[in-house]
Design a protein around this ligand. Sequence first.
Ligand code: SF4
Ligand code: FES
Length: 249
Amino acid sequence: MDLILKIWRQKNKEAKGELKTYEVKGVSPDSSFLEMLDVLNDDLVNKGDEPVAFDHDCREGICGMCSLYINGEAHGPDRAITTCQLHMRKFKDGDTIYIEPWRAAAFPVVKDLVVDRSAFDRIMAAGGFVSVNTSGNTQDANALPIPKDDADKAFDAATCIGCGACVASCKNASAMLFVSAKVSQLALLPQGRVEAERRAIHMVEQMDHEGFGNCTNTGACEVECPKGISLENIARLNREYLSAAIKAE
Ligand code: SF4
Ligand code: FES
């Protein structure tokens, strides 16, 4: 396949970026999107040009690093997959493909297609954990029976990989789907109830402090989420936050 790529190039956070046009030739339809970018970067390096900076790590849909906005969609045209799992057979020979970084004030561009998502780390540090008794008298996990439905819902919420596609696809750049998944995975389990109230309040406060917008129930986040995190989690976060805020008064 021969393709025209329009790629966002930006030297650093302060610099003004722009879309630049590149041609790649002879791309295999069976290669992944990131392998196609590897081919482009090999060409650029061979010509003595600066390669395109983009984030990636596992390349198997686990780490959440590969944050690309492709033809106006977070993680590209396929559903329920990350950019690293997207294959070139989803495109046609001769296509023009637009490739941009996540766009959100809370995710500043570091270089080209790489954004700084450390705001998510700070939200997690504000409350996305459970404190565990390490005295040696720790309760056996099997002594805490958990209804199957709760365990399944907690597990589904825990599949969030922190990629940020929900923020990038939201017109408000809201991080509610991410935060709600991280609150839900703990709030649904007895181990997570101990700190549940503090957690909901602190994580939402940090989310607001980082500059993410609020949720206005558009639902774009759920559509673009590669892990199928449900809007139900946002409803749960709202309940958790409201009941914690009332008790705190
Ligand atoms: S909720 Fe989905 S889109 Fe948002 S960070 Fe988690 S996995 Fe990515
Ligand atoms: S590179 Fe890890 S999810 Fe894509």
